[in-house]
Write a protein that binds this ligand. Structure first.
Ligand code: FUL
Ligand code: CA
Length: 496
């Protein structure tokens, strides 16, 4: 709509009080000041989900009795005396995570075998009966404290499946599980995420019964009651499971999100432990709720430490690829670290993480679009929706167009020749996930040439192509059900 059209439109629709107040004395500028933000499209993130989106990259710590029995899943009959790290060092673990750029750490406070890394008052199957620190140790407390020191958020993994507990599979176990959650949520400070694993029910020790216990994944846990408990104790905690409600599993343990990736999901089709992996991998569009994807993957083949995997630690280049296939598609990267029998992150893993961080920092350290000239084929009335908002380094400002303009374009004039091969685009999430397809072009030999095309954008889209040298870059939104709202556009050169 032209300014003149808009002015006529407003003249027709404004209440007469506005006329009386002189609002329509109407230079176009005055009329334009009346245009508010676009309406949100579809489900939008909650405040706690928006905070979670900012983290993007955080870690997992798998550490328990399995570390000492060389297993991935304990049966539940292991003696607590097996847990005996020779030189547990929470500072080394968290320092390593912080140096890798992780913004948080989720600790396996209790894995499927039921052994508790904190001295829970509801069971004897914990660190309090281990020789480590003469039974006075508390791994949860030390990791949480180190997270505070290094300014990482702290999260908990509490396995719903408990192969040690005698009541597992019966109603009594739910009381136990909730008591443990209450302990963890009231004694260790703020918890940014609770990871509720879908691996559920099967054979186990179960207090000596040594039998098979199957549960109904839809009904046994009565999740709404547990989720309400978490909301009451810590309203800012994000709940992760196959079904959300705040964050969903991405459908594989390889750290690879689908493309396109939608942060929306018909979450009521799923339950923790009952997942359609293909659908979780991409999300649903349209989808009933905002439930973004978390991509979990281990830096080693297993989740727990095994000395025979010391030579199989993922390389820095592989970790960078995983960053692009998770964070770069709008999900988060939850990278697992496995402390060894000392209780520290082993050297090969530390080396890989350090190099991974160096690569990311040198890639994303300089944004060639920052502060350059930007123009748009259409801009929604007010200055606050200016295309300059995409190069201001802020996620809370955005460029958007008039409602009826669904496929606008944006041109960044770099002012001189610049080589780049990575583009980062972000949508303004409070207005929902809007864009369905886009194209990037570069100015070359006096014409626009296509650099890449893509589908979803969401929280963060990283496009990685061959290096190109150009003076101008164009973003074309080619498919969107509503006008787009873009909060960032940035250009980088990938470090080697
Ligand atoms: C799975 C578990 O069975 C693995 O042991 C690990 O904890 C992984 C993160 O989730 O479902
Ligand atoms: Ca911005």
């Amino acid at each position: 709509m032209s300014n003149e059209d808009r002015r006529r439109f407003l003249l027709r629709t404004l209440p007469s009080s506005a006329l009386a107040a002189g609002c329509i004395a109407a230079s176009p500028a005055v009329v334009r000041a009346k245009v508010g933000p676009p309406k949100p499209y579809g489900p939008t993130p909650s405040a706690r989900q928006l905070r979670w989106h900012e983290l993007e990259f955080y870690g997992f710590i798998h550490f328990t009795i399995n570390t000492f029995t060389d297993k991935e899943w304990g049966y539940g009959d292991e003696s607590p005396s097996l847990f005996n790290p020779t030189d547990f060092d929470a500072d080394q673990i968290v320092r390593t995570a912080a140096a890798a750029g992780m913004k948080g750490l989720i600790l396996t406070c209790k894995h499927h075998d039921g052994f508790c890394l904190w001295p829970s008052k509801y069971t004897e199957h914990s660190v309090k009966n281990s020789p480590w620190r003469s039974g006075r140790g508390d791994v949860v407390k030390e990791i949480a404290a180190a997270c505070r020191k290094y300014r990482l958020k702290f999260g908990i993994y509490l396995s719903p499946w408990d192969r040690n507990h005698k009541d597992y599979g019966r109603p009594g176990y739910l009381t136990y599980f909730r008591n443990q959650l209450r302990e963890l949520l009231t004694s260790y400070g703020p918890v940014f995420e609770i990871f509720l694993d879908g691996a559920n029910g099967g054979d186990g020790y179960y207090g000596g019964a040594r039998e098979m216990r199957k549960i109904d994944r839809d009904t046994y846990y009565d999740w709404p009651t547990t989720w309400n408990l978490v909301r009451t104790l810590q309203p800012d905690t994000c709940l992760f499971s196959d079904a959300g409600p705040d964050v969903r599993w991405v459908g594989n343990e390889r750290g690879i999100a689908g493309d396109p990736l939608w942060s929306t999901l018909n979450k009521d089709d799923f339950a923790p432990g009952r997942a359609d992996e293909k659908r979780l991998n991409r999300g649903d569009r349209p989808g009933s709720h905002w439930v973004p994807a978390e991509c979990d993957v281990s830096i080693r083949p297993g989740w727990f430490y095994h000395s025979n995997e010391d030579s199989k630690v993922k390389s820095a280049a592989t970790l960078v690829d995983l960053y692009y296939s998770s964070v770069g598609r709008g999900g988060s990267l939850l990278l697992n670290l496995a402390p060894d029998r000392r209780g520290q992150i082993p050297d090969p893993d530390v080396r890989s993480l350090r190099e991974f961080r160096r690569l990311l920092d040198s890639t994303f350290g300089v944004d060639y679009a920052r502060g350059r000239r930007v123009s748009a084929s259409n801009t929604r009335g007010e200055r606050r929706f200016s295309p300059r908002n995409v190069i201001d380094g802020r996620r809370d400002t955005y460029w958007t167009s008039d409602d009826q303009i669904k496929t606008p374009e944006l041109v960044i004039d770099l002012g001189r020749e610049q080589t780049f091969n990575v583009v980062r685009v972000r949508e303004y999430l409070p207005l929902g996930q809007r864009v369905e397809a886009f194209t990037l072009d570069v100015w070359s030999s006096n014409e626009w040439q296509q650099f890449a095309t893509g589908t979803s954008i969401g929280s963060c889209k990283l496009v990685r192509g061959k290096p190109v040298t150009t003076t101008r870059v164009r973003l074309r939104i080619t498919q969107s059900p509503v006008c787009p709202a873009i909060s960032e556009f940035a250009l980088f050169t990938e470090a080697k």
